[in-house]
Write a protein that binds this ligand. Structure first.
Ligand SMILES: [Fe+2]
Length: 246
């Protein structure tokens, strides 16, 4: 006999597409608000490997007030992490970019010889969550002047976005790529961020997905979201470019 009701109840949730490359995380120990020790970093790397990632482009904050990082601090930290990961048998490919904060030093930073880009192509940037920087368009332009393409970190998290259609479209017209945090779809950053992530998803405006992992719990929530309906929809509605960076 056939009982559709029972069959439905027993049906396993389907996992969405596996992302091989992550473009946003805070896994270099002790240089920002992410991992606070080498031990923690290695455990986070094991977590990423266990859920299917092959390559992580780690993006420490460069924020002059709180995290005054430079190419030097980031690359030294990366080298140390690569060495320890190799000793532990972790097969992930590890690279580093940065998450640049749009502050008064940003123009200077874009004129430096060594810019911490993603895949030698994109500059990942974030701004205040509360107020849109007055010179945001000039700052985006400065990324282009330096020879890179702008990638906005978690556009869904900026509370200053009042008119998503108009404001996001304007950024797109300026050539900005959008990197949405996967955890935003699970409400990890609150209702407004979830709503804006859904808006970007339905509008087909998402270019990259990021984990933005600072600590272990965010890997657990991430791996649950891989089974959600909304995660499947992201790949139906958008052209996700992460794995072009493999
Ligand atoms: Fe971040």
């Amino acid at each position: 006999m056939f009982f559709p009701f029972f069959r439905k109840k027993k049906k396993e949730k389907r996992r969405g597409p596996i992302l091989s490359v992550d473009v946003h995380s805070h896994l270099i120990p002790n240089i920002d608000d992410g991992s606070q020790s080498m031990e923690e970093s290695l455990s986070l790397l094991e977590g990423f490997e266990a859920i299917g990632y092959e390559k992580l482009i780690i993006t420490p904050h460069i924020m002059s007030d709180s995290y005054p990082n430079s190419a030097e601090t980031i690359l030294n930290g990366l080298e140390e992490l690569q060495k320890e990961a190799k000793n532990k048998g972790i097969a992930l490919v590890l690279e580093a970019g940065a998450e640049y904060y749009l502050d008064e030093h940003f123009f200077e930073e874009m004129q430096q010889e060594m810019i911490m880009s993603i895949a030698n192509r994109y500059v990942l940037f974030e701004s205040s969550y509360i107020s849109k920087p007055l010179q945001i368009e000039e700052m985006i332009f400065a990324i282009g002047e330096a020879g890179y393409e702008p990638m906005m970190a978690h556009p869904e998290r900026y509370r200053y976005i009042r008119d998503p259609e108009k404001e996001y479209r304007r950024f797109k017209d300026l050539g900005v790529h959008f990197q949405v945090n996967i955890n935003s779809f699970g409400g990890h950053y609150g209702k407004q961020a979830e709503g804006l992530a859904n808006f970007l998803n339905e509008a087909g405006m998402i270019d990259f997905l990021g984990s933005d992992v600072h600590h272990r719990k965010q890997i657990d929530t991430l791996s649950e979201l891989f089974y959600s309906e909304v995660y499947h929809k992201v790949f139906e509605n958008n052209s996700i470019k992460n794995d072009r960076l493999l």
